[in-house]
Design a protein around this ligand. Structure first.
Ligand code: BTN
Length: 322
């Protein structure tokens, strides 16, 4: 790890202020090197208070920081995860797919970026990603022979909803399959992709991309999205949760559900948040459209309409109340 990162790690992990001398001793580098590292970190936007005769104290002002995320995680989740942090990247899902080809080691890996220049969602649509949101991809080894990506997406949506309720004290709804809404505005999008081993045709790894409009100013978004999108923080009942803390909450909830997601044990919770269950909807699947009353979300996370049509993928394009 380079010096700046080592200093950031020490500061982020300490509850007490640490003096330049203590840092220099701990990291076996000069006090000048410590001073320089702190100056660079401050320039990058990290909040480090200097208290004369006491030392340096780190404050979580929301700048993404792996060490702070780790502090918020329970030990058992922290232990199993590797992180890759970026200031700017084309897309965390694209990056995850690049890595997946290289190695199976160090998984689960969490890739997080402050901004994306080519973030994308379902059907190849652009996902606007300014530096006020949360963009992360989980790269996981697939151990299931009967992989059901829809169920994994519904499990992820449930985990993100739990994090929203626990941390921000507001209740979202889930628009099947993968959109999380508050007040009918889209706050979170989830995109699950599988990576196949060509020879065996087996899905060997999975990428779960989560994009959250965290404190994004909706008026900065493209005009066609403004109508439909919202910013999570504007609906929060508490204002003191940093992006780092929220990311940790999502990871904690996800890794509670993930080991058992195939049992569908979380589906009742998913159904309770559903924006489509017991509603009349139109679902678009490629060139086909299906309209009907949503009678069930079944054990596979599929939609069952009143005429018996069962859909495992598609986009809900209309929701009527009757
Ligand atoms: C959708 O709404 O259709 C899904 C949006 C998924 C966006 C996330 S942001 C992190 C990850 N990287 C991407 O390029 N996409 C996903």
């Amino acid at each position: 790890m380079e010096t700046n990162q080592l200093v950031l790690q020490e500061l982020s992990l300490s509850d007490q202020p640490i003096s330049g001398e203590q840092l220099a001793q701990k990291l076996s580098i000069s006090r000048t090197a410590i001073w320089k590292a702190i100056k660079t970190l401050k320039q990058k936007g990290y909040q480090i208070e200097s208290k004369p005769h006491v030392g340096y104290k780190y404050k979580d002002n929301g700048i993404l920081n792996e060490f702070v995320i780790r502090r918020y995680l329970p030990a058992n989740t922290n232990r199993i995860l590797d992180f890759e942090m970026h200031d700017k990247i084309s897309s965390t899902n694209t990056r995850a797919k690049e890595i997946s080809i290289e190695t199976d080691e160090n998984l689960p890996l969490v890739i997080i970026s402050d901004q994306q220049t080519a973030g994308y969602g379902r059907y190849g649509r652009a996902f606007t990603s300014p530096n006020t949101g949360i963009y992360m991809s989980l790269l996981l080894k697939n151990s299931s022979t009967l992989l059901n990506p829809g169920l994994l997406t519904t499990a992820t949506a449930t985990a993100v909803s739990r994090a929203i309720e626990k941390k921000l004290h507001t209740t979202p709804s889930i628009k099947w399959v993968n959109d999380i809404l508050i007040d009918k505005k889209k706050i979170v999008g989830i995109l699950t992709e599988g990576i196949a081993d060509i020879e065996s045709r087996y899905i060997k790894q999975i990428v779960i991309g989560i994009g959250i409009n965290y404190s994004t100013d909706v008026s900065d978004m493209p005009s066609e999205i403004q109508q439909r999108a919202g910013s999570l923080h504007s609906f929060a009942k508490t204002y003191s949760v940093s992006r780092n803390e929220f990311i940790a909450a999502v990871l904690q909830e996800f890794f509670l559900l993930y080991p058992h997601y195939e049992t569908g044990a979380f589906l009742d919770e998913y159904r309770a948040h559903s924006a489509v269950l017991n509603k009349k909807v139109t679902i678009t699947q490629g060139h086909n459209q299906f309209s009907g009353y949503v009678e069930q979300i079944n054990r596979q996370g599929e939609i069952v309409l009143d005429d018996g049509t069962t859909l495992s993928s598609g986009e809900v394009t209309k929701i009527r109340l009757e």
